[in-house]
Ligand binder design. Sequence first.
Ligand SMILES: Cc1cc2nc3c(=O)[nH]c(=O)nc-3n(C[C@H](O)[C@H](O)[C@H](O)COP(=O)(O)O)c2cc1C
Length: 305
Amino acid sequence: MSKVDLSVKLGKLELKNPIMFASGTVGYGNEISKFTDLSKIGAIVTKSVSLKPRKGNPPQRIFETASGMLNAIGLANVGVEAFIKEKIPFLEEVKSTVICNIAASTIEEYVECTKILTNESTIKGFEINVSCPNVKEGGLQFGNDVNAVGRITEKVRAATDKPVIIKLSPNNSNIVEFAKTAEKEGADAVSAINTLVGTAFDIYTRKPKIKNITGGLSGPAIKPVALAKVLDISRNVDIPIIGIGGISSWKDVIEFMIAGASAVQLGTINFVNPNAGIEMLDELVSYCKENQIEKLSDLTASYVL
Ligand SMILES: Cc1cc2nc3c(=O)[nH]c(=O)nc-3n(C[C@H](O)[C@H](O)[C@H](O)COP(=O)(O)O)c2cc1C
């Protein structure tokens, strides 16, 4: 076999390979660019951008756990105006697909943010964060309310011709209902999962390790949960799924694709090895050659149950 095709499709969006950087773990691309070649990565998802700048939560905002980490950043970001002025010029130069992640406290804010950003040619699609567990308003309430997720999808869909990806929360009883609603209201894809609510205490001071008391758990600890969610969604919806949760090696990428993912996002691993995504690409090619797979995308939802 001579050549392996690593490209994948997320609806009308084509990526050169399935490896994307997850929101909040690479800033606006600039923070990781010294350590890896962004032009080789399938896509970069920006830190959640909101209409107005947000300071986020007070520290301590991050705590390392067994096989993972807790974070309660609270959606700290520069806001849409500064994002356009200060961050887009850098992203424009990067030869990678840029997806802008949007967070908001109201449906109107999601729509306004999308409308402001939709004319930016650098942005090739939107990922809508309806599921951040670390903000008091917005985030988790939306992620827990299937009707709200439906309305957000419908209104954001109407505000842009660019691909719309709805990022789903694992912190509810039936993620499939949320995925079905996103599909029905016109989402091009769903991404799953955001972090799981968790906490940790100092046994001497008896205080929480995170000032916000709870944070979002990410990293290898959540991989089996994320895989089960991706499989469940894959068996019930037809739009593409972007798998997220604890992916740390090329084997994890393959596993998520078999379970139903069309592409994947790397989050916590970027803090361990910012070049991990690029290093996985050669391994994916070798796996495909060894297993006579010409198109990596043929693996999507190829599970044998
Ligand atoms: C420090 C940190 C900040 C994050 N910020 C965001 C964010 O702003 N928006 C968002 O949608 N997800 C955010 N996430 C969630 C990640 O994008 C991803 O869904 C999650 O970490 C699970 O993937 P992982 O186990 O590979 O890290 C953040 C995660 C971490 C660790």
